[in-house]
Ligand binder design. Structure first.
Ligand code: TYM
Length: 377
């Protein structure tokens, strides 16, 4: 799947080109989050998360259905996850922070899948020791976000497979090779582990229902790259007598370079949660912005926040509504220079990293507490 700069590719393994989110809604057959749906969320949650207000979460499947169930007294579970192939970057935190908001507001249980199997199978040079190391390291980031240990269970695939396997098998039986090939782009050279893997990622969507013995609605918050998995999950659900899982999709936090999502494979343009604060600062100071060639021109013509990675970080994670409005105005009107803007962001990111890293340290003894244990049921 080779791409030029502009051609949009969004799959679970590759996100590149200029992302057109409206087009994705059409191509993937999802629904936009309408103002009515936002109001309904606000009513049920008490308040809207800024990621909803700012349309960072922009698309869904069956969220209206899920809220209807909730309004009728049926609680739902949340399901999200991580493929442990390296350190977590702050883009990954977007769906996780949002899941925390949903857990708090809807008193929902969260299943968090860590797909050490997927990453072992996908990366040619990865050993199981490496995926095990990253699984643990990445789990610390999740725990550091403050999830409720009583309502959060980490499913580590190679450890929890005994529970997942029979659900995955029943899913796999209903997905043909030709469907999997069409949805995931599998080829003759794809290893057979990866061919089965989608059934493993689908399984947690039905886990609560399977464990408690009756249907429980499930909502999956994630960026839209994971959507292909949910297409097969949703196709199979009625054949197995389960509810189709609902989804809520977010946009991608961009990298600090020109265009493209934040990606661990481009470390100089990604801020990792484990970066030393001064390292993160250096990355921000070299970030791509929407600035003009000279200070004089920028003062006269203003800059362009819509292509600026620094503005994007403020927008996704680091500024409140009033601050972002002011920044936008000052940027467009040439009242602020890119260097100053970078400094403001760098200070905020450094503060975040110091606090997150402290919480991450404290999470080190708590992995087992969060790990899924079939005896809980
Ligand atoms: P992974 O590890 O690639 O990504 C973890 C989560 O982060 C989201 N994400 C982003 N969100 C915003 N901006 C970005 N730049 C960005 N990059 C990645 C992903 O959409 C994902 O939600 N196969 C999965 C692991 C998994 C999973 C799940 C994810 C298993 N079950 C259920 C979501 C929901 C993976 O490798 O994610």
């Amino acid at each position: 799947m080779s791409t030029n700069d502009e051609e949009m590719v969004v799959t679970p393994w590759e996100v590149s080109g200029k992302i057109d989110y409206e087009k994705l809604i059409k191509e993937f057959g999802t629904q936009p989050i309408t103002p009515e749906l936002l109001e309904r969320l606000r009513k049920n949650a008490g308040e809207l998360h800024p990621q909803l207000e700012r349309r960072i979460f922009f698309s869904h499947r069956d969220l209206d259905w899920l809220l209807q169930k909730y309004e009728n007294g049926e609680k739902f579970v949340l399901y999200t996850g991580r493929g442990p192939s390296g350190p977590v970057h702050i883009g990954h935190l977007v769906p996780w922070m949002f899941s925390k908001y949903l857990q708090d507001k809807f008193d929902a249980k969260l299943y968090f899948q860590i797909t050490d199997d997927e990453r072992f199978l996908y990366h040619d040079n990865f050993s199981m020791d490496e995926t095990a190391k990253w699984a643990y390291e990445n789990a610390l980031d999740l725990i550091a976000l403050g999830f409720d240990p009583k309502k959060t269970r980490i499913i580590l695939d190679t450890k929890s497979i005994g529970t997942l396997y029979s659900i995955a098998l029943s899913i796999a039986k209903h997905v043909t090779f030709s469907t999997a090939k069409a949805v995931f782009g599998f080829q003759e050279s794809t290893n057979i582990g990866l061919l089965f893997y989608p059934a493993i990622q689908a399984a947690p969507a039905f886990l609560e229902s399977a464990l408690v013995g009756h249907n429980v609605p499930c909502l999956i918050p994630a960026a839209i790259d994971q959507d292909p998995y949910w297409r097969i999950t949703r196709d199979v659900a009625p054949k197995l007598g389960y509810y189709k899982p609902a989804q809520i999709h977010c946009r991608f936090v961009p990298g600090l370079g020109r265009g493209g999502k934040m990606s661990a494979s481009l470390p100089e343009t990604a801020i990792f949660t484990t970066d030393q604060p001064n390292v993160a600062q250096k990355k921000i100071m070299s970030a791509f912005t929407g600035g003009r060639a000279t200070v004089e021109e920028q003062k006269r013509l203003g800059a362009n926040p819509d292509v600026c990675s620094v503005y994007a970080y403020d927008y996704f994670l680091f500024m409140n509504a009033k601050e972002i409005e002011e920044l936008r105005y000052n940027c467009l009107s040439g009242n602020i220079m890119c260097g100053d803007c970078k400094h403001i962001l760098a200070e905020r990111v450094k503060k975040f990293l110091i606090e997150h890293q402290e919480r991450r340290e404290k999470a080190k003894d708590r992995f087992e507490e969060f790990l899924f244990n079939p005896k809980d049921f």
